[in-house]
Write a protein that binds this ligand. Structure first.
Ligand code: BES
Ligand code: ZN
Length: 479
């Protein structure tokens, strides 16, 4: 089947015409603070699920709900938000494409340094739509729905059957999702021919890309317990083993300031760099200034942009995230915290395996702690783990995405990997045995997870065209 250029051009024109409606729709969903990691905001994650269900009903999308049950978080038993499985079109003569997105977002407080209220979408003079979730991942979810709506307005059928999976726990370890996917591999997902996920970013700010790899993640907490209560450092300093001192020592043994991981065995399974891979870096549209712009600083470890990309994509990294129980308020309180919980994570790459990472981490921390001769008690726990993912980009699914990019943006996309993690990507690939592709909507400078997260209006609108064009292009591929 060749792609009907007339239909596509009509679709593009409709998207241009309706762009203000799409922006208002994004405003509506950004206003729902669906933060999955905040106990008090869990009802808002459900509210966002309700919003989506209503929208799917309005668009005549058939859907079912899978309830993943409950989980424990911060001492509470909480209901997990619904996993929403949709279907638009069930024509056996058409291909079926599965799209995934997450409707939960990262936490955001104005006090963190946002220039505006994080849950009120504003459009600034640069055409940036600023608000939590704009790029990660509410804009891309709306992109798929906007594309359906535009086709309906034109009286055009979608060229494929569109199968959907939307979850509300991605930012918090996707609890319960793998079980649902495995259970539905021969059920709701049985006719799926290819998978597309829009939940990542361009490599820079001007050139689109398609993405074939993600790092995995193993997230840990180290709890160190000492005295039975917080103590006065004037009275007890010099007399007790201090949990925070122990933790600072352990933290310093995990990673060097240059990013080298110090845990023995961690690097053993890292796949060697191939010649083909080495050759794939220089043509990419990327330089250090792109990286500096994305971080608003110039404190990058590497002097070469290629080494920086390797450090981000194809080698593991270890980041220290925070300390629960530590004194963190302004002022000079002279406390000795009784118990502290340090958090860190390791981004993993092929062929590292979570079980082996766990073994190395737990053994090493216990050994290092033993060397301290501290009478405090340490406990190491892995909070969640997801494996790295790499797909074969020769597949027609990738050809379709590249063609769609060329149609909308008139350039050939870069082929990229990512340093972040979307564990469900590998679950889909393994459970459905189908090709999975990442097709980003936003830019590298969008500030996902950071303050002032944004999605440029042009990325949102051209991105909606891109997702729709991709569906047309997949329908034209033979596989
Ligand atoms: N959209 C990101 C994934 C991502 C991050 C893609 C960076 C490309 C670059 C996603 O929402 C996310 O943040 N995932 C978490 C997963 C974790 C909690 C299991 C992540 O990577 O920290
Ligand atoms: Zn995301």
């Amino acid at each position: 089947m060749t792609v009907n250029a007339d239909s596509l051009n009509q679709f593009f024109a409709q998207v241009d015409k309706d762009q203000n409606i799409y922006v208002e729709r994004l405003r509506e969903v950004v206003a729902i603070p669906s933060v999955s990691s905040d106990v008090s905001l869990r009802p808002q994650v459900f509210a966002m699920g309700e919003w989506l269900k209503k929208e799917l009903t309005r668009l005549n999308v058939e859907y079912v709900i899978r309830d993943p049950g409950t989980h424990e978080m911060d001492g509470h038993t909480l209901q997990l938000p619904p996993i929403i499985l949709g279907y638009y079109g069930r024509d056996p003569a058409k291909k079926t494409v599965l799209v995934y997105g997450h409707y939960d977002v990262q936490p955001a407080l104005k006090e963190d340094g946002w220039a505006t209220e994080p849950f009120e979408l504003i459009e600034n003079e640069k055409g940036e739509l600023v608000g939590r979730g704009s790029t990660d991942d509410k804009g891309p979810i709306l992109g798929w729905l906007n594309a359906i709506e535009a086709h309906q307005k034109l009286g055009l059928e979608l060229p494929v059957n569109l199968c959907m999976c939307f979850e509300g726990m991605e930012e918090n370890g996707s609890e319960g999702l793998d079980d649902v996917i495995n259970a539905e591999a021969k059920g709701w997902f049985k006719d799926v021919d290819a998978v597309c996920i829009s939940d990542n970013y361009w490599l820079g700010d001007s050139k689109p890309c398609i993405t074939y790899g993600l790092r995995g993640i193993s997230y840990y907490k180290i709890a160190i317990k000492g005295p039975g209560r917080d103590l006065h450092s004037g009275v007890f300093g010099g007399t007790v083993h201090e949990p925070m001192t122990d933790l600072a020592y352990i933290f310093s043994k995990l990673v060097t300031p240059k990013g080298e991981i110090l845990i023995p065995g961690i690097m053993d399974d890292v796949a060697p760099l191939t010649d083909a891979e080495e050759a794939s870096y220089p043509p990419l549209d990327f330089d250090l200034s792109t990286l500096h712009k994305a971080i608003d600083a110039e404190n990058t470890i590497h002097d070469s942009h290629i080494d920086a990309l390797k450090g981000r994509w194809r080698y593991p990294s270890l980041s220290l995230h925070g300390i629960e129980g530590a004194f963190s308020a302004p002022g000079a309180k002279t406390v000795i915290p009784a118990k502290v919980i340090g958090k860190f994570s390791i981004r993993s790459v092929p062929n590292m395996v979570p079980e082996k990472i766990d073994q190395c981490v737990v053994k090493y921390i216990n050994e290092e702690f033993a060397k301290l001769g501290s009478k405090n008690v340490v406990e190491v726990e892995c909070l969640h783990a997801g494996k790295p993912w790499v797909a074969s980009f020769e597949h027609p699914n990738y050809v379709a995405a590249a063609n769609a990019v060329e149609r909308v943006f008139k350039v050939k996309p870069d082929l990229t990997r990512e340093g972040g993690s979307i564990p469900v990507t590998l679950t889909f690939q393994d459970a459905l045995q189908k090709n999975v592709l990442l097709l980003p909507m936003g830019r590298s400078s969008d500030g996902a997870h950071s303050i002032n997260e944004k999605l440029d209006r042009s990325n949102y609108i051209e991105g909606t065209k891109l997702l729709g064009a991709y569906l047309w292009e997949v329908s034209g591929q033979k596989f």
